[in-house]
Each structure stands twice: as C-alpha cells, then as structure tokens.
Ligand binder design. Structure first.
Ligand SMILES: [Zn+2]
Length: 323
C-alpha cells in the first residue's frame, strides 16, 4: 500500500502570462491593424490549451496527498527555457504530464513514427507530442543533474484533455499506451508505476519540489515582436476601472468615465501596468502619450511607484528582470 506522505500542490496554475498579454493586446489594438485575425487565432490557441490544462488539473489533484505537484513550470537551462505543464514528484520518481487538447480523432503510427490528426495534418519531429515530451524529460534530467540531483527516474505522459478525443494506433499499441492517455486515466497509471517502485530508493519529494519551485520563472514570449506590432498600433488612453471603456477623461484631480461616470484617481496605474505587460520598458514621453496627459509630474510619480529601474542613459524605465 502507498502511504500518505504529506504531498501538496506547491505551484498552482494561474492564467498564463502570454494569455494575459493577448487579452490586453486585444483591447488595445487599433481596428485598422492588418493582422487582427492572426492575433485572435493565436489567442484562441493559447486559451484552448489553458482550458485543457485546467481540466487535467482536476484529475491530477487526486495525487496531491502522496506527491509534490508543480503546475505550469518553466525553468532556465543553458540560457534556454524548458516549459512543463505538470511535474509530479513521488517518493520514487518524477512524472512529467504534458497536456494536449486535440479534438476528434488522433492517430499514432508507430511504424512510420508519425502523428496524424483527424484533419489530415501529419506531424513529425518536434510537434509530435511524444517527441516533445521525450525532449522535456531529457531537459529536466539535465536540469536536475545541474542542480545536484542524479539517478531519479523520470516518467512522462501525454494527457489528452478532452474525454471525447479518440486515440488510435497504427502498428504497435503498447509503447503508445504506456505514454498517451486521457487525463482522467493518468493518476491510475502513475499509481500502478508507484506500486512497482515500492521497494526502490526513496527520495524526499518535498525537497526537490521546493528546489524546482524556487527556480521557476514565468514563461514569456515577446508577442509584440512576433506579430510585428508597433507602439503606434495600440490605442492610447486610460481604461475605466469599472466598465473597461477605453476613454477615461482627466479632470484636475481625477479620472472620470464618460460612459458610467465612475471616478478613479488611480486609473492610470492600470494603463501603465497594461503597457508594461506588453513591453519591457517605457519612457516618460511614451507614458504621457499613452495616458494622453501633459503632466510630467503625474507620470513621474506614477512610474516611481511601480517596480521599475530608471536607466538615465536611455531615459527610460525598465522592468526588473525575473530571477
Ligand atoms: Zn466606465
């Protein structure tokens, strides 16, 4: 029997940074921007991915009492980052669970090493989900090695988030069935492996978990660069902190919404926060322009209150780097 062993979810999934960036961007992009659809598609893809991850979280939480769980992990290794949807650490092993949200039917062809989606898309190489999770295993292994942990077995899974997705295999079923399963089955598969490992060396999963937690960063991408969005492509102004209308008017001491008449002295703080979610830095001039105000004093005061570092040489405020 597996004993209860003080497990815990020590890193919980929140809405990913990229998704929050897209949400802000979509409220700020000028309607004349030519690639709005491309941005909507990218946003939809991320959103679908996130929803799938949340679905699988529901099942994986059943392992919480006996394992240390980290959701949405991003680690730096040799200047590159490795992203893992779930890391589950037990007394005997580490389990990587990568979540995929394919709909319809998916086919694994073990003879040709191809992954085929119902829509006819053949995916080989890095977009093959098993290849992807194998690579993650290798990277995590290297990362652990680098941080002084060797010889911990690492198992990996591809969890299909939609219960209605049909998984088919052409060729040898066994190697696929070992790795690919619907989210709801993953805890059972892990518990079966745990039983087999019962008499192997024990590891202190809490310790490894907290070491990983300490080094976790938020996965980030420069979506402005990826979609070639210039600062001029954004709509300037301050959003109403009550109704979201992007049209708050500045009065001598306040911001007032023309639509709902909501007043907020600090509404510009939200606008600056939004800007700095999309960009790494801001100048006083850009800030004045973005807020549509003339007051140098107000802008200065607001920027000083945020966690930024002033770079005198470039006359700009820079976001403080993640560890
Ligand atoms: Zn309003």
């Amino acid at each position: 029997m597996i004993e209860r062993n003080d497990g815990m979810i020590i890193r919980k999934r929140t809405k990913p940074l990229i998704l929050r960036k897209y949400e802000i961007l979509r409220t700020r992009l000028k309607s004349t921007f030519p690639r709005v659809q491309q941005i909507d598609r990218a946003y939809g893809k991320y959103m679908k991915g996130y929803m799938g991850e949340v679905k699988v979280d529901y099942y994986l939480q059943f392992l919480e009492q006996i394992t240390t769980i980290l959701q949405d992990v991003c680690l730096k290794l040799d200047g590159k980052s490795v992203q893992l949807d779930n890391i589950i650490i037990s007394q005997h092993a580490i389990y990587i669970v990568e979540v995929k949200n394919y709909s319809g039917t998916i086919i694994f062809d073990t003879t040709l090493n191809q992954f085929i989606r119902e829509d006819g898309k053949k995916e080989t190489g890095f977009s093959h989900p098993i290849t992807q999770v194998e690579l993650q295993q290798l990277k995590l292994q290297n990362w652990l090695h680098h941080n002084g942990f060797t010889n911990i077995p690492i198992y990996y899974f591809v969890a299909i988030s939609e219960p209605s997705t049909i998984i088919k295999v052409i060729g040898d079923t066994e190697p696929i069935a070992k790795v690919v399963a619907h989210g709801e089955r993953i805890p059972h598969i892990i518990l079966d492996i745990e039983k087999k490992l019962e008499n192997t060396n024990k590891i202190i999963h809490q310790k490894i978990g907290h070491m990983i937690l300490k080094k976790c960063i938020d996965f980030d991408r420069d979506i402005m660069k990826e979609h070639e969005i210039k600062r001029e492509d954004l709509v300037n102004g301050v959003k109403c902190t009550s109704c979201d209308m992007l049209a708050m008017q500045r009065t001598p001491r306040n911001w007032v919404c023309p639509k709902c008449e909501h007043k907020d002295r600090h509404a510009h703080h939200l606008a600056i926060k939004e800007y700095l979610l999309l960009y790494q830095w801001i100048t006083n001039q850009e800030c004045k322009n973005f807020l549509q105000v003339n007051s140098r004093h107000m802008v200065n005061k607001a920027l000083k209150n945020i966690n930024l570092t002033y770079e005198p040489a470039n006359k700009r405020w820079i976001k403080n780097k993640q560890k």
